[in-house]
Design a protein around this ligand. Structure first.
Ligand SMILES: *Cc1c(COP(=O)(O)O)cnc(C)c1O
Length: 494
């Protein structure tokens, strides 16, 4: 019996995992969700003996039931290989009493690699299973990080092309260099004269253009998206929470069955939702601590039961969490509304028309596993500095938001469960903010000078991902006007 997937917005016919991966978003605008969350079958006491790849298989086989064992293992082995700079894939580091789960050892040194290194393989396998003969064209607009992680994941994956649009003057120099030096015959990177919203709108318009879809179909192409709402990105993120628990048991830090807290720096609510699924599968989790930066929509939501995006958008030093609409939250809302698609749809409609919705007290009670917290820019910087001074361990700005929220939480509650903090980016990815937090006098140095300073100060080697771009050749130099995006795509797919 296959585990089937249903939209959060209507009771339309459930579809298989491979179909849900291919579709990404449901036709009614909803997100795909499994009809039940399966229970993890391996005893917790055995977890610690399993490799990352073995754990990944045990999790994914429960969700992607229409994939064969061979297909899944193939996807896993191609994703979690030497692209990661450690065999552990996601190592756990103990510092100042907490356990930092380092999710940044992949190709682009941020946690998006955990899912985007496997998504291309899941997608091409799903295409084969469903007799899709067209070449899959991934279209993405990026404000920096997702674009590079998607490029790295899809580069040279047979049967795919990837086209990434970014705002020419709207990403950091390191982010731009990372993208324009991307290798792979099937990769295309285009700067647009416009901002991120222009890029995003241009991509959306292409996805909604039926004539374009028909023209491309005739040439053997079909569009797909690598968006974070794809179930093929969510499920691979469950793996590392279960894997980390195994490491804790193996190292004698917890007894099998002992509950832990999980703290996650949150933007789109994908990463923490994966932790929630891990708990639902049977992982002994006490609290799921949702950490926001100054864009604290989620903190307010957990506090009041009202989700309200009508507020100023704040640019912070943790840009990957600068988000006012956390798309993946919809999956939790649907769940706590007793899987009632109509109720969920009404709230999502209210979000798009009024910019807000309210949940009932009963729904709020169903979310008691979650605790919301947030950190100001000042607290975030202080957390980086203090942890460095105390332990020598340097964390990035996103991770620091979580570490700060964790500190406040333990101070206020005296909750002494062992805690895992999701460490979502290497400090080398946000070097300037990190070094400024430690010592303001670094401000006048260039980005690469700061990289070398960070290496000395933290006593860690500069990651390959950064070394590479110092000297790498620029391979992409296409720039287009914001209203010429479709023309540019048509030229590529001639
Ligand atoms: C994307 C991202 C986040 C936020 O993750 P969500 O799944 O969107 O909540 C946090 N930190 C970093 C470094 C990221 O790239």
């Amino acid at each position: 019996m296959n585990l089937m997937y249903q939209s959060t917005r209507s009771n339309s016919e459930p579809i298989t995992a491979s179909q849900a991966i291919l579709k990404g978003l449901a036709d009614d605008g909803g997100l795909y969700i499994p009809v039940t969350v399966p229970k993890f079958e391996v005893p917790l006491s055995r977890l610690g003996k399993m490799t990352y790849q073995e754990t990944a298989y045990e999790v994914m086989k429960l969700f992607f039931t229409d994939f064969t064992e061979e297909e899944l293992k193939n996807c896993i082995n191609r994703a979690y290989d030497e692209k990661f700079d450690t065999k552990e894939i996601a190592p756990l580091v103990k510092a100042d009493g907490a356990f930092y789960l380092e999710l940044f050892h992949g190709a682009t040194i941020a946690f998006k690699d955990m899912a985007l290194s496997i998504l291309p393989h899941l997608l091409t396998t799903a295409a084969k299973k469903n007799q899709v003969k067209d070449e899959i064209v991934i279209l993405t607009a990026t404000s920096g990080d997702t674009g590079k992680a998607a490029l790295a994941g899809f580069a040279d994956v047979e049967g795919t092309k990837i086209i990434v649009f970014y705002p020419k003057d709207g990403v950091s120099p390191i982010q731009e260099k990372q993208m324009v030096t991307q290798k792979g015959d099937n990769t295309f990177v285009i700067g647009i004269r416009g901002n991120f919203d222009d890029a995003q709108n241009g991509v959306k318009a292409m996805f909604n253009n039926k004539q374009l879809a028909a023209d491309l179909k005739a040439k053997g192409y079909q569009f797909s998206s690598a968006n974070s709402i794809n179930i093929g990105r969510l499920v691979p993120q469950i793996v590392y929470y279960i894997y980390a628990y195994g490491r804790l048991v193996e190292n004698g830090e917890v007894k099998a069955g002992e509950k832990i807290n999980v703290v996650v720096p949150t933007g789109n609510f994908g990463n923490i939702l994966a932790a929630y699924y891990a708990k639902t599968m049977g992982l002994p989790v006490n609290k799921l601590i949702c950490a926001s930066n100054e864009n604290k929509v989620l903190f307010d939501f957990f506090q009041t039961g009202i989700y309200n995006r009508n507020r100023d958008f704040i640019l912070t030093s943790s840009p990957s969490m600068d988000i006012l609409i956390s798309s993946n939250l919809e999956r939790l809302i649907y769940q706590v509304a007793d899987r009632d698609a109509d109720r969920n749809l009404a709230m999502m409609k209210s979000l798009s028309t009024k910019g807000e919705y309210a949940i009932t007290d009963e729904m709020k009670a169903n979310m008691a596993d979650f605790v919301g917290g947030y950190a100001s820019e000042k607290e975030t910087a202080e957390t980086i500095k203090k942890l460095y001074e105390l332990t020598g361990y340097v964390i990035d700005t996103h991770t620091a938001v979580a570490a700060s929220v964790y500190k406040n939480y333990t101070r206020q509650t005296a909750d002494d469960h062992k805690s895992i903090i999701a460490s979502t980016a290497s400090p080398y990815k946000f070097t300037r903010s990190v070094m400024n937090a430690i010592d303001g006098s670094y401000d006048s140095k260039t980005d690469f000078q700061l990289v070398d300073e960070l290496s000395k100060l933290s006593n860690t080697a500069v990651p390959q991902a950064i070394e590479e771009i110092r000297s790498a050749d620029v391979l992409h130099n296409t720039v287009c006007d914001k209203d010429k995006m479709q023309e540019t795509v048509e030229k590529i797919l001639r």
